[in-house]
Design a binder for this molecule. Structure first.
Ligand code: CP3
Length: 345
């Protein structure tokens, strides 16, 4: 099913498409079976494994889009920051605390993003043509937060100091080029849309978000649109309220992914004329008993229908990623329910 135009119809009505961030992950037995014999880094870097993992939730749950199985921190590895997943969550060998630390960064010429390009090509071959393929990486500020702190939340003291010491500005020169190169490889290999995940965005004040983050997002989106005019750009941000989202004003961004704190009806009414809106079921709702989860799904559909532009500019999704230990049956039932009941016009 197309996420954008050409949405299929059931009984003469259009169907709202759906995909979830982290739809291929630890909650899924398919993923766990592959993980038994490989570690996370291998799973990302072996294009055959990455393809197999990406296809798991398409085969088992029938999502309308596949998202490349990978991670968003590889640009930091390419800059020589020593990325590892050995102890579980991602770790970096060193962090940036001031402008002098930038001297430690060097683009590793022997590190390319080709493993993502190869995986994308494999997925494109395996995926039914009616389903969209999404590539992704981190948005500039989120990668910066990781480079400074090794995390995307918390006090972010070093990261916030660096906004005013010249560190951020100079880091952007390096990271924007990496993001553009990485996403270009994914687009050239067949990605229909490219996601920029900005999980750290909402840690910024509105003023700092406007001054430091938005210009960089706009530059990256513009550069990608110039190279790949028909590739859609999806920008997800967490803990950004409507007043943040309103300031983005980028004609190069096609979709805004929103988190569960935003009212979907308001987001669609206010921003639906300029963007598709994706979201925004609370991922914790996927742990509820099915009858309650079903009510939550009914509720979110109602919000979209009640909005000024209806469901035509809506892509169903979560307000963040699928969590570990989410019951698989709820994911399966939710996608089925959406396909059978999120019908409009
Ligand atoms: O959506 C998909 O199915 C594609 C895969 C995907 C992963 N990470 C796989 C993954 C995507 C889109 C991401 C995005 C990502 N990665 C983000 C942005 C979204 C978000 O969650 O905020 C961020 C910040 C990261 C960085 C990262 N990678 C973290 C914080 C972790 C630890 C996560 C945790 O829950 O412990 C990872 C590891 C990671 N990335 C896993 C997966 C499936 C778990 C690895 C494992 O232990 O098997």
């Amino acid at each position: 099913m197309g996420l954008f135009q050409n949405r299929p119809t059931v009984q003469g009505k259009k169907v709202v498409p759906v995909w979830f961030m982290r739809q291929a992950g630890r909650y899924h037995s398919h993923y766990q079976n592959i993980k038994k014999d490989s570690n996370f880094m291998q799973m990302c870097k072996d294009p055959n494994l990455a393809c197999e993992i990406t296809m798991g939730p398409i085969m088992d749950f029938d999502f309308d889009a596949a998202i490349l199985f990978s991670d968003l921190l590889f640009p930091l590895e390419r800059l020589g920051m020593g990325l590892s997943y050995e102890s579980g969550p991602p770790t970096l060998e060193h962090h940036l605390h001031g402008p002098d630390d930038l001297k430690k960064l060097h683009t590793q010429k022997n590190f390319t993003y080709d493993f993502q390009g190869e995986a994308t090509k494999n997925i494109r071959k395996a995926l039914p043509p009616s389903k969209d393929l999404l590539g992704f990486t981190g948005a500039p500020f989120t990668l910066y937060a990781y480079a400074c702190e090794g995390a995307h939340s918390g006090g972010l003291i070093h990261a916030k100091q660096g906004l005013y010491s010249g560190l951020y500005e100079r880091f952007l020169e390096l990271i924007e080029a990496e993001i553009i190169e990485q996403l270009s490889i994914q687009a050239a290999a067949g990605a229909d849309a490219l996601c920029l995940f900005d999980t750290a965005a909402g840690e910024l004040t509105l003023d700092d978000y406007q001054r430091f983050s938005i210009p960089s997002i706009r530059r990256v989106a513009q550069a990608l649109k110039k190279k790949f005019p028909s590739t859609r750009i999806i920008y997800y941000s967490k803990q950004t309220h409507l007043n943040y989202l309103q300031l983005i004003e980028s004609k190069d961004i096609d979709v805004l992914g929103i988190d569960w704190r935003v009212n979907l009806r308001d987001a669609l009414s206010l921003l639906g004329k300029d963007y598709y809106i994706q979201g925004n079921l609370d991922p914790a709702y996927l742990f509820l008993p099915w009858p309650i989860l079903q009510q939550k799904l009914e509720g979110i559909f109602k919000l979209a229908i009640e909005s000024k532009c209806g469901a035509d500019k809506w892509i169903m999704g979560l307000g963040h990623g699928v969590m570990q230990k989410t019951p698989e049956s709820n994911v399966k039932n939710a996608v089925k329910y959406i396909h059978e009941n999120f019908l409009y016009r």
